[in-house]
Design a binder for this molecule. Structure first.
Ligand SMILES: [Zn+2]
Length: 357
């Protein structure tokens, strides 16, 4: 038995052994505070390197490039994690920006070589049980932001990175005039087979006239943000495609997750195709720089807790919710960005909107 497991056995006994790994850190007494202290110590211990020094001591892969902080321009690097996918054979380095706290992969993937990440079986897994749980996550996230996504009423929606159209199906059923865009022609073809009124397009935003014309009331990014190598450019473009009063919905892994603080390089958010890791601290910087007026966040408790299918006893389920709220440390980040003041007035009524201008 490892030292860590022995220690947790001493502290907690076997009472929490049967609770899934993703929930355990939120329900064991005192763990939230312990992990937050551990996190602060980890940051304090990690060296802060000049860009030049970091480059000199770090290997650069063929499809990679060194980058600086996309959000604030800081060049210094704080090496933090080195996740690996043992079975898939990938490994990369994650640094922290010592100025704004942003976590990102460095070296990053060169945008022109992004296709290499998805060369094999990219969307083959979007079927069966995976699809069912993904669609549940879509519904729960839409519900978290109230009326803006509950009924389309013919409003125009763009799903950026639509994949095989799982979300577009839901959007068309809810009455949105929906379109999607994705760089993978195979996924787009599969999407159009299952869609009735919605239409998926292959290419980049600027390539497709029907999309580039803009005027969208809602834009959605489902697990896409972490994969963007040039988020500022993309968000400027997305902002320009929104109609007055428009909103943009983001679901991405949460860099403030208590699970990241607990599991480090073994965190589930460090997947082979993720490039940047956002939190409620860093998303506002991205939105402010790209012309949005406000943002609201909805805490993420985990799909089974939100859908009331969890096996956690009620007492622990309450503790989990409380710890997610206090720490902002749910494993996913859900944000609704408002294009302008009109959008804040129209859709922000029952949300805690953080103004960005
Ligand atoms: Zn920064």
């Amino acid at each position: 038995m490892s030292v860590k497991r022995t220690l947790s056995r001493v502290v907690y006994g076997s009472r929490y052994d049967r609770i899934p790994r993703g929930q355990r850190v939120y329900v064991r007494p005192g763990e939230r505070i312990a992990r937050e202290i551990q996190w602060r110590l980890r940051i304090r211990r990690a060296p802060v390197l000049r860009f030049q020094d970091y480059r000199e001591r770090t290997l650069l892969g063929e499809i990679e490039e060194f980058v600086t902080c996309h959000l604030c321009g800081e060049t210094r690097q704080q090496p933090m994690f080195q996740p690996t996918g043992d079975k898939q054979g990938w490994s990369y380095r994650v640094v922290r920006c010592p100025a704004c706290g942003f976590l990102y992969r460095n070296p990053n993937i060169r945008p022109d070589r992004l296709g290499d990440l998805y060369a094999t079986g990219y969307d083959g897994f979007l079927t069966g049980r995976y699809a069912v749980s993904r669609q549940r996550r879509h519904r729960l996230t839409m519900d978290a932001f109230g009326p803006v996504l509950s009924s389309g009423q013919g409003r125009r929606l763009l799903d950026f990175g639509c994949g095989t159209g799982l979300f577009l199906r839901l959007a068309e059923r809810r009455g949105f005039d929906a379109a999607g865009i994705d760089r993978s022609p195979d996924s787009v073809a599969a999407a159009n087979e299952r869609l009735t009124s919605a239409k998926a397009h292959a290419g980049a935003l600027e390539d497709v006239p029907a999309v580039a014309a803009g005027g969208f009331d809602v834009i959605t990014l489902w697990s896409v943000l972490a994969r963007l190598p040039r988020p500022i450019d993309d968000f400027r473009r997305l902002r320009s495609l929104l109609a007055p009063g428009g909103v943009l919905l983001v679901l991405t892994v949460n860099a403030a997750s208590l699970q990241l603080k607990a599991y480090g390089s073994g965190w589930s958010g460090f997947t082979g195709n993720h490039l940047m890791f956002y939190s409620a601290e860093t998303v506002p910087a991205l939105l402010r720089r790209t012309g949005f007026a406000g943002v609201a966040f909805a805490p993420f408790y985990g799909d089974t807790v939100e859908a009331s299918t969890t096996r956690l006893p009620e007492r622990l389920s309450r503790r989990l919710r409380r710890n997610v709220e206090i720490s902002g440390g749910g494993n996913m980040l859900r944000a609704l960005a408002f294009a302008d003041d009109e959008a804040v007035e129209r859709w922000g009524a029952n949300l805690q909107v953080r103004r960005l201008s």
